[in-house]
Structure formats: structure tokens, C-alpha cells
Write a protein that binds this ligand. Structure first.
Ligand code: COA
Length: 324
């Protein structure tokens, strides 16, 4: 049995945060941000717009595009590191909005690798014959946990959501192979230290700004390149394909993406980028880029798309999709 992505969708909030806006918040310049990251703008959710709202919008559009009715959804998977609540899950909030009363619903967390982990979970359920129609949603309101006094992180992140319908029937992109990995030894190099049970919210955690993203940028950069390359290599080997037609990577830094493209000999015109418009939207990033690729370019039958990702945890992974 094959697991196929039969539709994709994304949702980006309207408000734009430009490099010029960031110059007013922290000690940085448009020139520095552009040359070091490739980013020009990112989107910010409204004050009354949350991860579940953005995820619902993307999911509804993906269902409409797939012609999937609410009653036929078997499972709702949500990848996010910025859930509306610690509990209940954002997946349950989205299930309520979708009126998908026959669906099971759960969140999972693999940071920026969330979309790839989600493809793997969905592929496993479908190939085991347990479910027919799964909605994978990746949604983030990162602006709620970004420290707009820290120039090392505030320039990088934006808000947004992506979704796809993964089914055993219909046609689209077959999920050929997925490889995943993790290294918890490096958990602390990219972390939000407080708000969980280890450091529950207190006056001290708020004063220390511990409810925001903390990152050792240079270390993360180094591991991102190494791990995405290895995961991609393994994925290509497992799937047995001899050509990659499109690279749709996690949109964390243009320099990381360029190294990856070079290693796999993929010309930059075959690398799909949204980084200049949306920055790093964590779990949503690969899904947003995949959706825009499918809307903007014609993918021919038999063409392959490689999706590598990397994130906090550390986590990483890659997926190889083939157009049917
Ligand atoms: N504007 C201007 N200068 C800045 C700056 C900013 N926004 N942020 C850092 N700098 C400064 C540093 O203070 C440092 O100054 P110093 O040399 O006087 O100490 C200098 O620029 C270089 O800092 P460094 O951290 O080495 O820069 P970098 O080239 O590694 O770029 C990142 C920083 C964050 C853009 C880069 O490390 C990165 O993208 N890392 C991976 C991040 C990532 O992918 N995270 C998500 C994983 S999913």
C-alpha cells in the first residue's frame, strides 16, 4: 500500500516584520541579516490569532483541495513547538473546528523537523492499513516565544502554518522514503528553558527571560549542515532514485541551503525558497515551501522532490517524494 500526499495548503498571517522593522528593535542591519541568513521579511500572527487558528485555516484548504469531507478524516496530526496550551492538544482544538468527529487527534514535537517526522508517522499508519485519510498540520506562532531584545534569534523566526492530506487512495506525491534522526545530547543548544515542569513559570523565570528561545547559533549551524546532508543521502539511497529534481529544504538559513544544494549538485533554480519572505517558521517551513512549489511550478510525472529538515532536540530527517 502506498501513502500519498494528495493535497497541500498553507496559511501565512498578514502582518509583515521586515528587516527595517527589526533595525528599530535590536542592534542589527538589513545588510547583516540579508547576507548572513537570506531573510528579508517574516510574517507575524495577530494578537488574537493562535497556532490552532492558523492550522485550521491550512487544514480546511487542504481538505477542500483533496475533496475530503470532515467525516472521512481518520487522524489529525499536529507538529508544533508553540501549542495553544500545554494541554489539551492543539490537534483537538483543530478537530473541533474541522468538525471531524470520527478522527483521532494528537500533537507531536520534533521542532523544525516536525513536518518530516509527521510524514513518517502518516506513512506508517497508512501502510499498516490502520487509517485511510490523515491530515498532517504543522503550525507555529513563534513570535510568542521570540525574544525581541535578542538580535541572535529575533531576526530568524516567523509565524505560519502548512497542512497536507495523506491518503492511501487518490493520486499526488508518493512518500517514497523517510529517514529520521535525533541527538538529545545537544538538547540545550536550542531551547526554551522555562514553562515546562523542570522550570515552571515563576517571577524568576520571567525576569530571566527564560520563556523565550535561546540558541547557540554557530553550533546549530554546524550540526544542521552535517545532519541534513547525511539524512538526505540515506533517504536517496533507500529510495533508489538516481536524480533529485527539486530540493525543498527547511528554510533556516540560505547559507545552510546553499551548502546542501552544492553537496547534492542541485542547481539553485531547482531549490525552492521562501526564506526571504517568511524566515524560519519551524515545523511549518517545509510544508509551506512544498505547497508554494506545487502552486507555482509544474511537477512532471516521475520527478522527485527531496525535503530535508533539522531542528531543536536535536532532530533531523529527510523525505523523498515522487510525483505519480
Ligand atoms: N546583527 C548584527 N550582528 C549580529 C547579529 C545581528 N542580528 N547577530 C549576531 N551578530 C554578531 C555577533 O554578535 C558576532 O559579533 P562578534 O564577532 O563581534 O562577536 C558576529 O555577528 C558573528 O556572530 P555569529 O553568531 O558567528 O554569526 P553567524 O554567521 O553564525 O550567524 C546565525 C548567526 C544565527 C544567523 C547563524 O549562526 C545561523 O543561522 N545558525 C543556525 C540557526 C538555525 O538554523 N536555527 C534554527 C535551527 S532549525
Amino acid at each position: 500500500m502506498k501513502a500519498k500526499i494528495v493535497s497541500t495548503a498553507s496559511y501565512l498571517p498578514e502582518k509583515v516584520l521586515s528587516n527595517a522593522d527589526l533595525e528599530k528593535l535590536v542592534d542589527t542591519t538589513d545588510e547583516w541579516i540579508t547576507s548572513r541568513t537570506g531573510m528579508k521579511e517574516r510574517r507575524l500572527a495577530a494578537d488574537d490569532e493562535f497556532t490552532s487558528n492558523m492550522g485550521t485555516k491550512a487544514a480546511k484548504l487542504a481538505m477542500e483541495r483533496a475533496g475530503l469531507e470532515s467525516k472521512d478524516v481518520d487522524l489529525i496530526l499536529v507538529a508544533t513547538l508553540t501549542p495553544d496550551y500545554m494541554f489539551p492538544s492543539t490537534a483537538c482544538l483543530i478537530q473541533r473546528e474541522l468538525k471531524a468527529e470520527n478522527a483521532a487527534a494528537m500533537d507531536f514535537q520534533a521542532a523544525c523537523s516536525g513536518y518530516i517526522y509527521g510524514l513518517s508517522i502518516a506513512k506508517g499508519y497508512i501502510q499498516a492499513g490502520m487509517y485511510k485519510n490523515i491530515i498532517l498540520i504543522a503550525a507555529e506562532k513563534l513570535s510568542a516565544i521570540v525574544d525581541y531584545e535578542d538580535r541572535g534569534t529575533s531576526i530568524l523566526f516567523g509565524d505560519g502554518a502548512s497542512a497536507c492530506v495523506i491518503s492511501s487512495e487518490g493520486s499526488g506525491l508518493e512518500i517514497d522514503a523517510v529517514t529520521l534522526g535525533a541527538d538529545g545530547n545537544l538538547a540545550e543548544i536550542l531551547i526554551m528553558p522555562a514553562g515546562g515542569v523542570r522550570n515552571p513559570a515563576s517571577k524568576e523565570t520571567v525576569e530571566n527571560r527564560d520563556h523565550y528561545i535561546k540558541m547557540e547559533g554557530r553550533e546549530v549551524f554546524k550540526h544542521a549542515v552535517r545532519r541534513m546532508e547525511a539524512a538526505s543521502q540515506k533517504c536517496v539511497e533507500i529510495s533508489g532514485v538516481d536524480e533529485i529534481h527539486w530540493l525543498v529544504p527547511h528554510q533556516a538559513n540560505i547559507r545552510i541551503i546553499e551548502v546542501l544544494a552544492k553537496r547534492f549538485k542541485i542547481p539553485m533554480e531547482k531549490v525552492f525558497l521562501t526564506i526571504h519572505k517568511y524566515g524560519n517558521t519551524s515545523a511549518s517551513s517545509v510544508g509551506i515551501a512544498l505547497d508554494e512549489l506545487l502552486n507555482e511550478k509544474k511537477i512532471e510525472k516521475g520527478e522527485n522532490i527531496l525535503l530535508p529538515a533539522f531542528g531543536a532536540g536535536l532532530t533531523w530527517g529527510a523525505a523523498l517524494l515522487t510525483k505519480e
